[in-house]
Design a protein around this ligand. Structure first.
Ligand code: ZN
Length: 619
């Protein structure tokens, strides 16, 4: 069956797997409630979580990626029923009581190792979010708020992608063909950010971002509900709650981080905007004021003008085989780890082009498995992604449960004439996702609750972004980039051109991200908000970004990450800052330094989410 799980040889198997998991979980709940508080309590909680996650995480992947609808549907159902069970457990007073007894027993707690203590606290945190420590009335309120928030999130998310319609006569005739016609209306489904025609981008921006009253009230209710829930369970704001346990720890640190970043960027951002303005003046002298819809387009023009980085020039040097060889060689030099292709059993994979890699350490042996689902196929989502299918943990019998992950990319298939060739961007993404996979493989945590990438959001991207630095280093690239026909290495000046091109307008691009992150913080900060979300957007945009706010637009209504990253949108920036520091201090001098590789593994990767992230960074 799928991933070697015997039941999952057919869609119906999900029902069996799910029933088995639910049954086991009930037994474990009883056990947890009946034993005296001690390290075993945490062990049982983790076992409980593992049994449910092993089905839910696997199903979560299958429902997205399986080509067979029946499998997707069965997996969806399994996700739902496990999700319901998890909610039930998170509000189970007896179960919570068993953990609380442990946490309040100072003598037992002080005898536990730091990882076990942290995991116990993390489990408690899950209980608290559902308001379990509240009296009956408040708990009911918390449950209702949770339900309402979930609905609002789904509705908001859906509406962020919906097109806006406009009477076609409003637009000049010569640009109408850019949009989908529907009778007398035109549909504007996005920002058309790369369109060379300034007028098309302007029209798309103003129409696509035109405020929708329903979506506006949805957002306001979502933010207010999140705030109420956070306050109900004892936090000042939603941001305070969301940031507990992260690297940043609290909104104040995030604010300082973003401010500092913004200060350091501001001069360079100004320069970038000046360059873009000059370019706009050259191409469109009548109307040269730089507007928000110009930023992505003109930075692209500048990049292309300065450096010829046509992907077609680079692709032949980045065959998939060469890139994988490069990763293998890098990991073996840095960490003593090799990747071996392993034969799969019948029914183990969901598409015949999926490859299974065994990750093997030179002395420790097999560390885990990576399933590489790299190729495009109909219905497969177009996202590069890392999925944890099974977390690593120490089993009761002393064996280590090996982690299993999937890496999903959308690469073209090979043809008769050429192998799969990656653009520089795809190559960088492959390295990035492989960074997540290595985090999963090398996190040797006792508990799966904190396995590999199950760590604070603002730390999660550190290992993957660090891999991007390797992907852009000539010494690394030179080891594997070979022309697939001639075997010729990628010329050094082409690598430096690529790296230089990334610096063009990089400050302005990052400034935009700082603006989004700042907006996310304010929205999830002190309530009631001082102004409307649109006025806050306007103020923040002018203060933090620099390009003018455009009246009658409301970009925040398209800010889909507010749902999944509420109060944590800064995470990517902070991860990047840490990754950059790690690169400079540990690998910039010698990207193959084994001693540094070992130190990096020991201090950062090995702990997954089992150690306070800031301590890992200090290490
Ligand atoms: Zn990532």
């Amino acid at each position: 069956g799928l991933f070697g799980v015997p039941e999952l040889s057919c869609p119906e198997g999900f029902q069996q797997a799910q029933d088995k998991a639910l049954q086991e979980s009930e037994q474990l709940v009883q056990k947890a409630c009946s034993i005296p508080p001690g390290p075993e309590t945490v062990m049982i909680f983790d076992q409980l979580s593992d049994g449910l996650c092993r089905v839910a995480d696997l199903a979560d992947f299958v429902r997205i990626a399986h080509p067979d609808f029946a499998f997707r549907e069965a997996a969806e159902e399994a996700c739902r029923s496990i999700g319901t069970m998890v909610e039930k457990l998170n509000t189970d007073v007896d179960l919570c009581q068993s953990l609380r007894r442990l946490l309040s027993d100072e003598i037992v707690m002080s005898s536990l190792d730091p990882e076990t203590r942290r995991v116990a606290e993390l489990f408690m945190f899950d209980f608290e979010i559902s308001g379990i420590h509240l009296d009956e009335e408040k708990r009911k309120k918390a449950v209702n708020l949770n339900v309402r928030i979930l609905d609002l999130c789904n509705e908001f998310l859906t509406a962020t992608h919906l097109p806006n319609k406009i009477d076609k006569h409003v637009l000049p005739e010569h640009i109408r063909y850019n949009f989908t016609a529907e009778g007398n209306y035109l549909q504007v489904a996005g920002l058309h950010a790369d369109c060379p025609d300034d007028l098309v981008r302007e029209a798309a921006y103003k129409i696509f971002l035109y405020p929708n009253a329903e979506q506006l009230s949805r957002l306001e209710e979502l933010l207010a509900s999140r705030n109420s829930l956070a306050q109900l369970v004892g936090y000042d704001t939603f941001a305070h709650r969301a940031l507990q346990g992260t690297m940043a720890k609290n909104p104040e640190t995030v604010r300082q981080f973003l401010e500092k970043l913004s200060d350091q960027l501001s001069k360079r951002t100004q320069k970038d905007f000046e360059m873009m303005t000059k370019m706009k003046m050259k191409l469109n002298p009548q109307n040269s004021k730089l507007m928000p819809w110009d930023h992505p387009y003109y930075s692209g023009v500048l990049r292309a003008e300065r450096y010829n980085i046509d992907p077609g020039l680079y692709c032949p040097f980045f065959s998939l085989g060469a890139c994988m060889e490069g990763l293998n060689s890098l990991f073996s030099q840095l960490l003593g780890i090799s990747l071996y292709a392993e034969q799969t059993q019948r029914g183990e994979v969901w598409s015949e082009d999926v490859r299974k890699l065994a990750v093997v350490h030179e002395t420790e042996g097999l560390l885990g498995y990576i399933y590489c689902d790299f190729f495009q196929r109909p219905d497969k989502p177009h996202q590069d992604c890392h999925f944890t299918v099974r977390g690593g943990r120490l089993r009761e019998n002393g064996e280590y449960q090996l982690p299993v992950v999937v890496l999903m990319l959308s690469l073209p298939h090979s043809t008769r004439a050429a192998p799969t060739l990656l653009s520089p961007g795809m190559m960088e993404n492959l390295f990035h996702e492989m960074g997540h996979a290595m985090h999963s493989m090398l996190g040797r945590t006792r508990y799966q609750h904190v396995t590999g990438t199950r760590c604070p959001t603002d730390f999660a991207e550190v290992p993957s972004i660090l891999m991007e630095y390797f992907a852009n280093d000539y010494r690394v690239v030179n080891q594997f980039a070979r022309h697939y026909k001639t075997g010729q290495p990628l010329p050094k000046n082409m690598v430096s051109r690529l790296c230089e091109s990334k610096k063009v307008c990089a400050a302005a691009d990052m400034q935009l991200q700082v603006f989004y992150a700042a907006l996310d913080q304010i929205y999830h900060g002190k309530h009631p908000l001082k102004k409307s979300t649109t006025e806050i957007l306007k103020d923040t945009q002018e203060k933090v970004y620099g390009l003018p706010y455009v009246p009658n637009t409301a970009w925040q209504l398209r800010f889909s990450h507010l749902v999944g990253y509420g109060a944590k949108y800064y995470s990517y920036l902070m991860s990047r800052a840490v990754a950059s520091m790690v690169w400079k201090q540990c690998f910039a001098q010698d990207p193959f330094d084994r001693a540094m590789g070992e130190r990096y593994r020991r201090e950062m990767l090995a702990h997954g989410g089992g150690k306070e992230p800031i301590l890992m960074v200090q290490g």
